[in-house]
Design a protein around this ligand. Structure first.
Ligand SMILES: Cc1cc2nc3c(=O)[nH]c(=O)nc-3n(C[C@H](O)[C@H](O)[C@H](O)COP(=O)(O)OP(=O)(O)OC[C@H]3O[C@@H](n4cnc5c(N)ncnc54)[C@H](O)[C@@H]3O)c2cc1C
Length: 306
């Protein structure tokens, strides 16, 4: 119930405006958000690279309402791609379609993301299109396919599939057939039992099956989870089946299970950390609280300690 309440609050505009503009809110967000500016995010990226992890940078924002806003959001990504090249960072970018105008002009969103993918190709980087709630699923997959087909044949764009959706096994086969890189996650939105597994045990089981399929598909995929039981299962699978460590990477979120990230690096696995930053942090932050309601208690305790 707390999860549903926190996800519902993540869409509350008044609370969002209040939180993003208060110094207390910004202080709390630092648990999961790597700063407010491009420079701060790049500094975190450099540190992560030194520690052996690759990065994907997310300039936070979603649900923009005008072309000017979509273009402003895209501009930050173009700066990031140039900086990744100029500083020789082991990094790529993650973007949300609702941040690029998808809600009011899907053609614009495709043009804006297409320009980003072309830029990524020029600087030898990659654009990951994050997956939002189920109204976006088909459109996100279809756009990724069109953008990949337009490109230079190299992997320049990929997307995310969510293990909680029943449709994901089919979507995985569809993308793998086209050589499109997938990030596999469990899924962070509120979905009905008509389209998504309601029980966590079923989501976890589906995740394991999908992950093993992707790791042996010949397409480089990202296993995005902090679930240690799943990580152990995948590590055992890799050893038993002799899967190359170059065939996939683990992905985790900034500020979550740093111990597990470090351990996997030490064991020679590829690890990429999702580094979100920017003043529009509220919906992202609330989804992180929803994933682990104990975080709310943790934040409250720390707030009173300060
Ligand atoms: C790199 C990356 C990219 C993602 N991209 C997307 C996306 O595009 N679309 C989408 O819908 N979802 C995305 N997600 C979120 C994902 O769907 C899950 O909601 C989230 O990762 C929690 O699931 P889990 O696999 O970690 O397992 P869970 O079973 O939720 O958690 C396992 C353990 O991980 C730790 N943990 C998990 N979440 C938290 C947290 N918030 N705070 C503290 N500890 C935590 C806890 O120790 C927990 O016991 C992404 C996740 C990652 C790691």
């Amino acid at each position: 119930m707390l999860r549903s309440a926190l996800i519902a609050l993540s869409q509350n505009k008044n609370l969002r405006q209040f939180a993003e503009n208060s110094s207390m809110g910004r202080r709390m967000s630092s648990r999961f958000v790597a700063g407010m500016s491009v420079d701060e995010a790049l500094a975190v990226c450099e540190r992560m690279n030194r520690e052996g992890t690759a990065v994907t940078l997310d300039a936070l924002g979603e649900s923009v309402a005008t072309e000017a806003e979509a273009r402003r959001s895209a501009e930050v990504y173009h700066r990031l791609l140039d900086a990744i090249r100029a500083r020789g960072l082991k990094a790529n970018v993650s973007v949300k379609l609702s941040q690029m105008g998808m809600d009011f002009d899907p053609v614009l969103a495709e043009r804006v993301v297409g320009e980003m993918v072309e830029h990524a190709a020029k600087v030898d980087s990659f654009v990951r299109i994050d997956m939002e709630g189920s109204p976006y699923t088909e459109a996100t997959i279809a756009m990724t396919e069109r953008l990949q087909a337009k490109g230079d044949g190299k992997a320049r764009v990929g997307t995310v599939l969510q293990a909680y959706l029943y449709r994901t096994a089919g979507d995985a086969e569809r993308l793998l057939r086209q050589g499109i890189r997938i990030r596999l996650c469990k899924g962070a939105y509120m979905e009905s039992a008509e389209i998504a597994f309601p029980a966590k045990a079923d989501v976890d089981a589906n995740y394991g099956t999908l992950a093993e399929r992707m790791m042996t598909s010949g397409v480089f995929c990202g296993m995005a989870t902090h679930d240690e039981a799943i990580v152990e299962r995948l590590v055992a699978f890799v050893r038993e089946r002799g899967v190359s460590r170059e065939a996939f990477e683990f992905q985790m979120l900034y500020g979550i299970r740093r111990d597990l990230q470090r351990r996997l690096v030490r064991e020679g696995f590829g690890v990429r950390v999702y580094v979100p930053f920017g003043p529009e942090w509220y919906p992202y932050f609330m989804r992180r609280l929803a994933e682990r309601p104990a975080n709310v208690l943790f934040l409250v305790k720390n707030f009173f300690k300060n």
